[in-house]
Design a protein around this ligand. Structure first.
Ligand SMILES: NC(=O)c1ccc[n+]([C@@H]2O[C@H](COP(=O)([O-])OP(=O)(O)OC[C@H]3O[C@@H](n4cnc5c(N)ncnc54)[C@H](O)[C@@H]3O)[C@@H](O)[C@H]2O)c1
Length: 252
């Protein structure tokens, strides 16, 4: 039997990078995968790839910072596959390494909206559904920027520190209800996250001093493998953890 046979997983930001790698891997392991992303062409491409390989997948175009969109995403999972077993809050955006003195309200609201409000909206919908089933897994994609001070700018750093707190709170509050909630804190991963970025010169200069200590960048599938473990029964005693996967960068 495949690891995620008969499970339904929602993966946000599944059109690219780590989310795409997770969607393809989870489908290969038998899951029904809801591919959710802001970009419809990416959604269609990933869904087609999964279906061509013999997997089961449904796409939803969603802006996770919009509560109505998140509701539509969760409804699609329930109406198509009968429930939600796994939620991966992966969609995220960078902040051009902007230090607090230069952060506009628009930038702050955008980054917090996607990286924090989105996971909050989806967890609020999914937790009661999982409680009814008596089980469920939530994985929030954080960052080593959520454990350290200057891997990004102020808004991104704050959003990822906050998602770690949300993760631990959910884990403890609902642990006795059969729900496990963990976060993954990746280091540098080769994805499209810097697409269209216009780095803040001062913020970039301050942040990039730490680049020399990075051992290497990861491929997205290296993070997807960890997400598969956290989604499976193999991690049954792992709850409320923020698991660093950074190739040793922060061990320095
Ligand atoms: N790449 C890295 O080095 C790195 C390191 C640590 C953490 N992360 C985190 O990993 C997660 C995945 O990022 P990635 O590196 O794979 O990036 P990526 O840009 O390759 O993929 C992110 C996907 O999210 C989608 N997205 C963006 N805003 C969205 C929204 N409002 N609603 C729905 N979808 C949206 C994008 O269209 C894109 O397809 C993010 O949360 C990011 O913060 C990335």
């Amino acid at each position: 039997m495949k690891i995620l046979e008969n499970k339904t997983a929602i993966i946000t930001g599944a059109g690219s990078g780590m989310g795409k790698a997770m969607a393809i891997l989870f489908a290969k392991e038998g899951a029904n995968v809801i591919v959710a992303d802001l970009k419809t062409e990416r959604v269609d491409s990933v869904v087609n790839e999964i279906i061509s390989a013999g997997g089961k997948s449904t796409g939803v175009t969603v802006n996770v910072s919009n509560e109505e969109d998140v509701k539509k995403m969760c409804d699609t999972a329930v109406n198509t596959y009968g429930g939600i077993d796994i939620l991966v809050n992966n969609a995220g955006v960078m902040d051009d390494f902007t230090p607090v003195g230069d952060v506009t309200n628009d930038l702050w609201n955008k980054v917090i909206g996607v990286n924090l409000n989105g996971p909050f909206y989806s967890c609020r919908i999914v937790v009661p559904l999982m409680m009814k089933k008596g089980k469920g897994v939530i994985i929030n994609i954080s960052s080593i920027g959520g454990l350290n001070g200057a891997r990004a700018g102020a808004a991104y750093t704050a959003s990822k520190h906050a998602i770690n707190g949300l993760t631990k709170n959910i884990a403890y509050m609902y642990g006795k209800k059969g729900i496990r909630c963990n976060a993954i804190a990746p280091g540098g991963v080769l994805t499209n996250i810097m697409e269209g970025a216009t780095p803040n010169a001062f913020g970039y200069e301050r942040m990039s001093g730490g680049f020399a200590t990075n051992i290497r960048m990861a491929e997205p599938n290296e993070i997807a493998d960890l997400a598969l473990y956290l989604s499976s029964e193999k991690s049954s005693f792992v709850n409320g953890s923020v698991i660093v996967a950074d190739g040793g960068w922060t061990a320095y």
